[in-house]
Ligand binder design. Structure first.
Ligand code: PYL
Length: 272
């Protein structure tokens, strides 16, 4: 998992409204609508049932420590979705105690290896990787007008790819997975029924209109491999598209730093 830098996070809160407008224009639904689609629900159902659920975000100092702006950005995304959220004044164990004392029912916290949302009432634990995969797959489903009977090339057989494959296969897509570590793709196939393995990356890339980039590799997709109808859902950080591709992908690329993942985590943690 690529560790975010302060500069990756800096503008998230102030850009949320504009980013959401872009999602509605390009994908057809808002951040909340995409996250609700990821869990097979609707914004209305989630708000009707859970809008009063307080959420806490706990800064965690272990490992490489706090990323300035990380907890605050997670909190702002959750508030933007219409929920009450606060960052605990204390960190680590003190923050957990504070969150529970202040009545939080869902808590978000991240160390160097895991970013989770925990529903204290139900015991549900949601992993950022799988939730992000589902959220971005839901976005691709919406942007593509449905994935049923369509081929998707999934790049990256890790936790994000796992969540994505589950959603896409469940929505009728034929999922083809490539991973630079063939063994990882083979293990993935064992847990993801129906997924087929692709072995030659650059030979395969031009054959697919729908791409899902769940890799931490930068600039692996160059403009020679982008068709005028290519659609890419790209949770991977850094973005796997080369800069020269960006103008070619206007309106057909989904990519952000935390937004869709946090929204999908929250809705999955709330939903019983
Ligand atoms: C959750 C993000 C998404 C991509 N990479 C993941 C990452 O940067 N993980 C590290 C998060 C550390 C947070 C730090 C804090 O500020 O609480 N422990």
């Amino acid at each position: 998992m690529t560790r975010l830098r302060e500069e990756d996070i800096l503008y998230i809160a102030e850009s949320l409204k504009e980013y959401d407008k872009q999602l509605v224009k390009n994908v057809g639904k808002s951040l909340a609508g995409i996250a609700a689609h990821a869990i097979g629900s609707t914004e209305k159902e989630i708000y009707d049932l859970h809008h009063a659920t307080p959420v806490a975000v706990i800064p965690v100092t272990c490992g490489e420590g706090i990323i300035n702006g990380f907890s605050g950005s997670v909190q702002k995304i959750i508030e933007y979705l219409g929920f009450t959220a606060f960052v605990t004044g204390h960190k680590d164990v003190g923050g957990l105690a504070e969150a529970v004392k202040k009545g939080a029912k869902v808590i978000f916290l991240a160390d160097d290896d895991h970013f989770v949302a925990i529903n204290i009432s139900t015991g549900r634990v949601v992993d950022n990787g799988e939730a992000t995969g589902k959220g971005y797959a839901a976005g691709l489903d919406l942007m593509a007008g449905g994935l049923r009977d369509k081929d998707v090339l999934l790049l990256g057989a890790g936790p994000v790819g796992t969540g994505a494959a589950a959603f896409m296969s469940g929505h009728g897509a034929r999922v083809f997975v490539y991973d630079v570590k063939l063994g990882q793709a083979e293990n993935f196939k064992k847990t993801a029924p129906g997924v087929q393995i692709v072995r030659d990356f650059y030979k395969s890339l031009p054959e697919y209109k729908l791409l899902f980039d769940a890799t931490p590799s930068a600039e692996i997709i160059v403009k020679e491999y982008v068709r005028e109808d290519t659609m890419i859902s790209a949770p991977g950080i850094p973005l796997g598209l080369s800069r020269e591709c960006l103008p070619l992908m206007a309106g057909r690329l989904i990519h952000d730093t935390l937004e869709i993942g946090v929204a999908a985590m929250l809705f999955e943690a709330l939903f019983n």
